[in-house]
Design a protein around this ligand. Structure first.
Ligand code: FAD
Length: 159
């Protein structure tokens, strides 16, 4: 019998752990993990504590291999009837099961806040969620002195 084919969409902590666990389970599965086009999986918890403050380079926060094939091709659609996943590259592939581990999105400031767009356009207002955000903050801090920083939000991202 051919192995059960599984697509894991998202290669963050959750997707990588799911893929590794399935791979090690002893069940006959063929797992593939997908991350966004052009993205190498990274440890999001180090975005603020490492990269944004210049302590670590982006390469140093890469996640270890999930032990299964990884493809950088953003998933853009699912067809439950044909069981196919469609990707940005134009490819589509059939899987018996799909695990969605695409994470969360940062909540932006409300559009009614005066000055929001001007501050964003000037590179002085940013979310701190992705590696790209962290690199932007790092580069801004490196070129602007003295700098006063206001952090809005008291969750894990502000630590
Ligand atoms: C700045 C910051 C600091 C944090 N610090 C801590 C901490 O110190 N301790 C702690 O426990 N937690 C921390 N967290 C929370 C922790 O990072 C998250 O809980 C964790 O990353 C969630 O993992 P995840 O795999 O669900 O999502 P993510 O890490 O967001 O991974 C999702 C992945 O899916 C990919 N993806 C999304 N859409 C698609 C698509 N259509 N096709 C293909 N791939 C896609 C994304 O590119 C991403 O790689 C922090 C979060 C932030 C933002």
């Amino acid at each position: 019998m051919s192995p059960l084919t599984v697509a894991v969409i998202g290669a963050g902590a959750a997707g990588t752990a799911a893929a590794r666990t399935l791979h090690a389970s002893g069940v006959d599965v063929a797992v593939q993990v997908f991350t966004r086009t052009g993205e190498r999986p990274y440890n999001r918890t180090l975005v603020n504590k490492g990269v944004a403050i210049g302590l670590l380079d982006p390469d140093q926060i890469a996640l270890p291999d999930a032990a299964v094939p990884l493809r950088a091709d953003t998933a853009r659609g699912l067809d439950p009837r044909s069981r196919r996943v469609h990707f940005n590259s134009g490819r589509s592939e059939k899987f018996e099961a799909v695990i969605i581990a695409t994470g969360s999105r940062p909540r932006h400031l409300d559009e009614t806040i005066i000055g929001r767009d001007q501050a964003t356009d000037a590179g002085r207002l940013t979310t701190l969620h992705s590696l790209a955000d962290a690199v932007r903050v790092r580069d801004f801090l490196a070129t602007t002195h003295p700098v006063r920083v206001l952090i809005l939000g008291g969750g894990l991202g502000h630590v």
